[in-house]
Design a protein around this ligand. Structure first.
Ligand code: SF4
Length: 213
């Protein structure tokens, strides 16, 4: 993997941490997250608020985690149930973390946009930028994970910029502010392209190695 010096030094620092620091007590993270989400329960700050969503689907999991996964946006099942990653792609996601020996309540799972785009289309740039500015970037500031795994192109570009092509940045550890970013394929893509599971597993092993899990 290609890494620049700063990223390499940070990885070395993380690898020297004591074993098992998947999550730690970070004061008030839960209440801060609740306060962050509170004003947006019926959000209409971007067009997705008025294009047929059932409810706003917020991030969930352990707000003290050092590992955050970010997907694109809620699909049909997520929109119905109000939880991220609960449809078919969510089942693939569950298998991935199970293989990592990680439980959902040990990590934070969120999406770029919190409302389902009609017919599961890709969120438009103005929808992504509005929602990330309102919530995702602030979630990251509160939780301060050591590693963010971006699932798919939309999440990867939300953090690394619109020119970050998943096919080019996958396989190389990136950085968003003070957090390492491991870009990988979205579980929905794996449903269509199961041959890519091997690459996703390589990325997950990289995460396990750095976090010493
Ligand atoms: S996608 Fe985000 S910004 Fe847009 S309406 Fe939903 S919660 Fe608000």
């Amino acid at each position: 993997m290609k890494k620049n010096k700063e990223i390499e030094q940070y990885i070395n620092h993380l690898e020297k941490q004591p074993k098992g620091f998947l999550y730690e007590e970070k004061k008030d993270n839960l209440s801060q997250i609740k306060m962050l989400y509170q004003p947006y329960r019926n959000c209409t700050k971007c067009p997705l608020g008025q294009l047929g969503r059932t409810q706003v689907v917020f991030g969930e999991g352990n707000p003290n985690s050092n590992l955050m996964f970010i997907g694109e946006g809620p699909g049909r099942n997520e929109d119905k149930q109000g939880h991220p990653f609960v449809g078919r792609a969510g089942q693939v996601f569950d298998k991935i973390i199970e293989a990592m020996n990680i439980k959902r309540d040990e990590i934070w799972i969120s999406n770029v946009v919190k409302c389902r785009p009609p017919n599961n289309r890709v969120p438009l740039p103005q929808e992504s930028s509005k929602c990330t500015e309102l919530m995702l970037f602030r979630e990251i500031e509160i939780i301060k994970p050591k590693i963010i795994c971006t699932l798919g192109a939309t999440a990867t570009q939300a953090l690394l910029g619109p020119n970050a092509k998943l096919s080019q940045v996958r396989g190389q550890i990136q950085k968003y502010k003070k957090t390492l970013v491991v870009p990988t394929y979205h579980p929905a893509y794996l449903l269509r392209n199961p041959a890519q599971k091997k690459k996703v597993w390589q990325d997950m092993q990289q995460i396990l190695k750095i976090l010493k899990i």
